[in-house]
Design a protein around this ligand. Structure first.
Ligand code: UDP
Length: 319
């Protein structure tokens, strides 16, 4: 197959490029490097089955040649990024999804939308099943991401129903691992980088809020299986083992052996109190479930950041 991945230089996009190339497919990567970084795809540049377009998918997009799949992964995805880039976040979720769908339709390609557990907002149903419609504040600071992704799901279903495009929607839950940015702002990377630098570990709120953390290799395997074997209805892909943020901080302190103190900071507005995927659908439809427990995954991520922070040029690439 020949597939296009938007957001190819991002954390998930670049890992997804590797996964498709490993199966022998041809990959066209697209990214504008707003939150993605060239280092994430530098190792692919000599690969004859990989090509790259530096482009903003929110603008009209031309891609030469046939395509069998269009996977739309471009978007700021960390709360600090979409708070800093609210209009771009809304545009890439709306205009970027529209352009990606138009491309898929024109090429007769399968379309795959990277949606998010954020469509459930601060959930009133726990764990979250795909049939739950969510509890999102449209005008709050997170609304720019949540509503963009909710619109993206709506337009994906409209292209499916109206134009018969073969579509997939994945709702991605918190994912971590190598190629996260050191200053990405999300909890796993923050805690590990703080612990390794001996800086205070910043728990927002009292740390009783929960998240369920999926190691990137498990997540990417789920995405690949959903692309190949899934159907048009949304599917949760994440690790259902739930931790409080405080428990995560304790695991990071223990595994790094850090003497860094824990400090408490205000909880960001609309921060979801709980989050845990119900993956019954993914298990049944794809025969997929996560294999890597959080301690193993966090250990691998610590190794990644140890190497990265020990390399002066890399340690600097902030965003
Ligand atoms: N969080 C924290 N300290 C940090 C970064 C995040 O306590 O340095 C909390 C944040 O308030 C949230 C959880 O960790 O409750 C997960 O945050 P993240 O930004 O990773 O992603 P989210 O799940 O909120 O999109």
């Amino acid at each position: 197959m020949r597939i296009l991945i938007t957001g190819a230089a991002g954390f998930l996009g670049s890992n997804l490029c590797d996964r498709f190339l490993r199966e022998g497919h041809e990959v066209v990567g697209l990214d504008n490097f707003v939150t993605g970084h060239p280092d994430n795809i530098a190792h692919l540049m000599g690969n004859a089955r990989f090509s790259f377009l530096r482009h903003n998918i929110s603008e009209y997009t031309y891609v030469a040649g046939p395509l069998d799949g269009v996977l739309h992964f471009a978007s700021p995805a960390s709360p600090i990024d979409y708070l800093e880039l609210p209009i771009q976040t809304l545009k890439v979720g709306s205009l970027g999804t529209h352009n990606s769908l138009g491309l898929a339709k024109a090429k007769g390609a399968r379309f795959f939308l990277a949606s998010t557990s954020e469509v459930y907002g601060d959930p009133m149903v726990h764990p979250q099943v795909e049939s739950y419609w969510g509890n999102v504040n449209p005008i709050g600071p997170r609304g720019v991401y949540d509503e963009a992704k909710r619109f993206a799901e709506a337009i994906t279903m409209a292209y499916h129903r109206t134009h018969g495009v073969d579509t997939r929607i994945v709702r991605i839950f918190n994912t971590y691992g190598p190629r996260m940015r050191p200053r990405d702002g999300r909890v796993v990377s923050n805690f590990i980088v703080q612990a390794l630098n001996g800086e205070p570990i910043t728990i927002y709120g009292d740390g009783s809020q929960t998240r369920s953390f999926c190691f990137v290799d498990d997540e990417v395997e789920g995405l690949y299986q959903l692309f190949m074997k899934g159907d048009a209805n949304p599917c949760n892909i994440g690790n259902p083992v739930e931790y409080t943020v405080k428990q995560l901080a304790e695991i990071v302190v223990e595994l790094t052996g850090s003497a860094a103190p824990i400090v408490y900071r205000p909880l960001p507005e609309d921060d979801p109190k709980v989050r845990q995927p119900d993956i019954t659908r993914a298990r049944a439809m794809l025969g997929w479930e996560p294999q890597v427990d959080v301690r193993t995954g966090v250990q691998r991520t610590i190794e990644y950041f140890r190497t990265l922070l020990g390399t002066p040029r890399m340690a600097l690439h902030g965003r």
